[in-house]
Design a protein around this ligand. Structure first.
Ligand code: 13P
Length: 246
């Protein structure tokens, strides 16, 4: 039995006051049966580390640079994230693939850089609606994951994978549990060919996961948690999803 992970992706939301209230609300609702994390905007890593110190809530970033250091204006190195105690870094989110033209190879390089500093990459894969309609879902997610598997080599088993159908992100259109499970099974099979511990690796679902649909999604055999956007910004909603996890 895999312990599930519920990770909040705050995206570009937050303020000192809103973050303090949100984190306090989550902390007050513990304990949970699952692992928990919040992935916050870079400027808030420091205060998040202070607020969550000594708790079992983990924190992470929403991206990282593929480079060690150097003249890369605006980028943030994994070594810096490690100094803030980051446990996770999301890489390859569809918003970064789309708005920042991130390629499969860049995503793979970022995942590798994260692992090199002991930070677990949460590697996002997912198809657009046009790709789904064209019957390309499996091919797209396999291609995206394959680049990362290839880059990580014998460390592939250390990543967390997140299946996030692009058409379900922020749209309120959630994948049905059957649709999500089918893709998770494809990803699990791909991981089995690459990592000896594939059956204990976590594959999260992301895309309009809310308190009212979390339980059925999380009950699927290959869904090992959630990557939560909008519903991670309200303590009550995030806590409700955490309670649905095991
Ligand atoms: P929503 O939960 O807002 O659909 O966002 C999902 C997501 O992109 C998490 O990374």
């Amino acid at each position: 039995m895999r312990r599930q992970l519920i990770a909040g992706n705050w995206k570009m939301h937050g303020s000192h006051q809103a973050n303090a209230e949100l984190l306090a609300g989550i902390l007050a609702a513990r304990p949970f049966a699952c692992d928990l994390a919040v992935c916050v905007p870079y400027p808030y890593l420091s205060e998040t580390a202070v607020a969550l110190a000594g708790s079992d809530l983990r924190w992470g970033a929403q991206d990282c640079s593929a480079h060690e250091q150097g003249a890369y204006t605006g980028e943030v190195a994994v070594a810096m994230l490690a100094e803030f105690g980051c446990r996770y870094a999301i890489v390859g989110h569809s918003e970064r693939r789309l708005y920042h033209a991130e390629s499969d190879q860049l995503v793979a390089d970022k995942a590798k850089a994260a692992l090199a500093h002991g930070i677990t990459p949460i590697v996002c894969v997912g198809e657009t609606l046009a790709q789904r309609d064209a019957g390309q879902t499996d091919a797209v997610v396999k291609r995206q994951l394959s680049a990362v598997i290839h880059a990580l080599g014998h460390c592939a088993g250390e990543m967390v994978v997140a299946y996030e159908p692009v058409w379900a992100i922020g749209t309120g259109k959630v994948a049905t549990p059957q649709q999500a499970q089918a893709v998770h099974a494809v990803l699990r099979a791909q991981l089995r060919a690459a990592a000896a511990n594939a059956d204990s690796m976590k594959i999260l679902y992301g895309g309009s996961m809310k308190p009212d649909n979390a339980a059925t999604l999380l009950a699927q055999p290959d869904i090992d948690g959630g990557l939560i956007g909008g519903a991670s910004l309200k303590a009550a909603d995030f806590v409700a999803i955490c309670r649905a996890a095991s």
